[in-house]
Structure formats: C-alpha cells, structure tokens
Design a protein around this ligand. Sequence first.
Ligand code: UD1
Length: 323
Amino acid sequence: MNVFVIGGAGYIGSHVVKALLKDGCSVTVYDNLSSGLEQNLFKNAKFVKGDILDYEKLLEASKGYDAIIHLAAFKAAGESMIKPEKYSVNNITGTLNILNAASVNEIKRIVFSSSAATYGEPSYLPIDEDHPKNPENYYGFTKLEIERFLAWYDQLKGIRFAALRYFNAAGYDPEGEITGLEQNPANLLPVIMEVAAGMRSELGIFGDDYDTVDGTGVRDYVHVTDLADAHVKALHYIDDKDESLTVNLGSENGLSVKQIVDAARDITGQTITANIMPRRPGDPAKLVASSKKANELLKWKANFSDVETLVKSSWNAYLANKK
Ligand code: UD1
C-alpha cells in the first residue's frame, strides 16, 4: 500500500513509519518539522516538508496515495487550556484540510491519532470505548470533535477511518533505530529520563495523596512500538472490511509515578531526585484502558509495554544522544 504519513517525523509518527516499512508499504512522510525531527526520517521513505495548514501544498502532495495516517497535532493538554486558538487552528482546521484533500484526491482510508483525553474523568475502570466522553481539556475536545468529522466524511464521502485512542504513549524503538528526543517534554517518562541524563535537576511528582496504590497518579503506559503495530493492523482492517473503527490502545496495566521512578532508578543506575509537588489541575487519580476491542477486532495486544521495556528503551535513546 502507498501510504502518506502526516506527522511522520514525530515521536509516534517515526515509529509508525518504521512499522509500515516493515509491513512492505511504500511511505511518504509529510511533516512541517515543528516538533518532528530530520533525525527521525527513514532513508527508504520519501519526505515532503509541508504544513497541514497549507492546503494547496497538502492537496498536491497527497495525490495518488491509498491511505493517510494522520498524527500531526499539538498535544499538550495544559497548554490547550491557555491557548485554545492554537489547538483550534492546527488540530481542527488542519484535520479538515486533510479530510478535504482526501476527499478531492479520492483517498478512502485514514488512520487518526485520537486520545484517551476524549473520555475525561473516568466514571468506571477500565475505560472501554463506550465510556462517556467529557474531555477535561481543550486538547481532548479537539480529538473528540475530529472523530465526529471523520464519521461524517465516512457517511458522506465513503472515507473509512480508524480512530485510535492512545492512552499514555511511552518508550522508544527497542531496536534502537529511532532516537530523536522530544524537545521540552512535559510527559512523565521523558522528564524522568532528562533527570537521569543530567539534563534537568529534578522531577516534581504531582501529588502523593491520590487514592491509588502508593498515592501517586496511575496511568496506562503503552509502548510506542505497540502503538505503531496497531496502526498497521488498523489500516489493514479498514481496507479489508471496508468499515471504520474506533478503538482504545492501552496496555491494560496501571503504573504509578513512583513505580516508574523506582524502575528508572534501577535501570539507569542514577539517583533521579524526585520531590512531591501539589497535584496538577485536571489530573485524574487513575486511568486504565480496556483494549478488549482492539484485541478482538485487530488481534492486537501490547507486547513491549512492561515497565522494564518502557524505561530501558527510553534510556537507550537518551544514551544514544549523549554519545
Ligand atoms: C496527558 C493527556 C493525554 C495526552 C498526553 C500526551 C489528559 C488527562 N491527559 O496525559 O491525553 O495524550 O498527555 O501528552 O489530558 N507527572 C508527574 N510529574 C511530571 C509529569 C507527570 O508527576 O513532571 C504525573 C502526572 O501527574 C500523571 C502521570 O505522571 O499522573 C502521567 O502524566 P503525563 O505524562 O503528563 O500524561 P497524562 O497527563 O496522563
């Protein structure tokens, strides 16, 4: 299959490109390199530098492909509450440009990076796809709105979609081929890695008085290589069945902040200074996915999402950058 990967130079996108190439697809990456990195590009994939807000360029560049994988978005939940305009323009307008280009160019398959942020505060655990959707932040709202646009373009234009609701993406390519580090990360594991690598002085643990195993926040961390594998499977599913799909992607295993810090101390051999800070607004105590649907429909399961592989593969990427 001839696949156009928007945001393919990014952290998750680069892992998806690797999985598509392994699957025998021919791949073109379209990325504006705002957070994506040249370092993340593969020699055997084509690259077009372009923005999803440049409709003419996008329309021209996406001609003739069988499928689009769309991973281009801003994703900082906290920032989205302060700068909603940025998220409206890039995430929503940008996606509408992609859908319109797909429609004009008659591309009938699209795989979209959605998020567990579409659910908001959990009313039960584990969270399945039928859980109520009440995003707690504007970022999550953009993802949910885009899912609704996708459903309309499916109905009106026959564009089949896979909306993949990622839980907490983490880890790096276990084969060590992808080592581009995210700049100024705010997510837990890269922050821990930066402390371990001496790039920042300490980790702030946002609250230790939650009703969880050790008082710190519990999340469902899913390895980016597992996510990438799900994109390939989802693409084949919508192609084979000619029907759209919305699924959670999580490991179904909750890990607390402290459990990850302990594992990181063990694996890196570094002290990793961590201090308890106040809770971060909007943070639920615990989020864990049910991935039963992805399991059943895609025959997908997380194979690399144990804490050791998550931390070890991340640490190896940080070490590779130190050389
Ligand atoms: C958030 C979004 C998620 C989004 C993801 C990508 C929500 C509820 N979640 O996930 O949708 O896809 O970001 O960026 O909007 N923590 C610390 N110290 C830190 C950083 C994090 O203690 O310096 C804790 C948090 O309180 C949380 C856990 O670590 O318990 C994970 O946090 P983080 O990596 O930021 O991800 P989420 O907030 O779960």
